[in-house]
Design a protein around this ligand. Structure first.
Ligand SMILES: [Zn+2]
Length: 293
């Protein structure tokens, strides 16, 4: 359901995939944050957002399909970190992968050609970019963490931040494209920004306390991997056994979730990433698990 979270910012948390934000300027300009994952949701979203004004920009917080794919159905100039454009160009998802995925999550979209080619970002930046939206500004900050190209969008006049998957009140995301050390730095950096309402990549809007909860959840997982390593368990063994709750890709009453084997793959790759990052720099183990209580 679409919720108004400040006088000019709205968010839809009920789509499979990322949260989708709407920022409305007093001149009828609209900036969108992230796109629906399912083509059928994206089509309806295009109609819904048109009620708020004219979409000028569509911002992507990272390159993952659950944030990007719906952009083919939406208006607005696509804005993202330059690394997001690079990833989309260099590593497009295969037709086979998307066919299999849509057969489960959005069967009516399987035959729709557009679902397989998200629009590439037309405006990219490296460090900072500010978009104007009527009386509001949308400050985009590169905050590498969940992916190296993750950005956050801050609307200072409204005290609202969109953190992408750097913070997910719904639960931990996949770590497969993350740098574990940078992700924790990202949490510290987000904490230093000025806002009251936090819209994570997935899950309900929250307050600043969501950052601490997320840090603790992440620390607990990293500690589990670190403890396994200390006992001499192999990476494969840990990948086979360590599991954390996936609340981002599973189905709900209102939509079908990802196929089980993909969810399993994300878990394995997450443990793999954490293991590799700790192997390269064991001092991270102490630093990062200090937050787990
Ligand atoms: Zn996501």
């Amino acid at each position: 359901m679409l919720a108004q979270i400040s006088s000019s910012v709205y968010v839809e948390t009920g789509h499979l995939g990322s949260n989708n934000g709407i920022v409305v300027g007093d001149d009828g300009a609209v900036v969108l944050i992230d796109a629906p994952h399912k083509p059928t949701d994206a089509e309806q979203w295009a109609t819904r957002v048109a009620e708020f004004g004219t979409v000028t920009y569509l911002v992507h917080t990272d390159h993952h399909p659950d944030h990007v794919i719906g952009n083919a159905w939406l208006p607005g100039t696509v804005v993202a970190h330059e690394g997001t454009r690079r990833r989309l160009l260099r590593e497009p998802l295969s037709r086979e992968y998307l066919d299999d995925l849509y057969a489960v999550i959005d069967p009516t979209a399987v035959d729709d050609e557009r679902s397989f080619s998200p629009r590439l970002p037309e405006i990219t930046f490296n460090d900072r970019l500010t978009l104007q939206c009527g009386h509001l500004t949308v400050e985009l900050h590169h905050v590498s963490g969940h992916t190296v190209n993750t950005i956050v969008a801050l609307v200072p006049e409204e005290g609202v931040i969109f953190t992408g998957d750097n913070v997910c009140p719904a639960g931990l995301p996949s770590f497969q494209d993350s740098s574990v050390a940078r992700w924790f730095d990202a949490l510290d950096r987000i904490e230093r920004l000025d806002f009251d309402v936090l819209v994570g990549g997935h899950g309900e809007p929250a307050g600043r306390e969501a950052i601490d909860r997320y840090r603790e959840e992440g620390s607990a997982l990293i500690r589990e991997v670190a403890e396994g390593m200390e006992r001499g368990r192999s990476k494969n063994d840990l990948m086979n056994h360590i599991r954390f709750p996936d609340r981002l890709h599973v189905g709900t009453e209102s939509y079908a979730g990802y196929p089980d084997q993909l969810i399993e793959l994300f878990q394995r790759r997450s443990v793999d990433r954490i293991y590799e990052d700790l192997s390269m720099d064991w001092s991270l183990a102490n630093r990062l698990t200090a937050a787990a209580t």
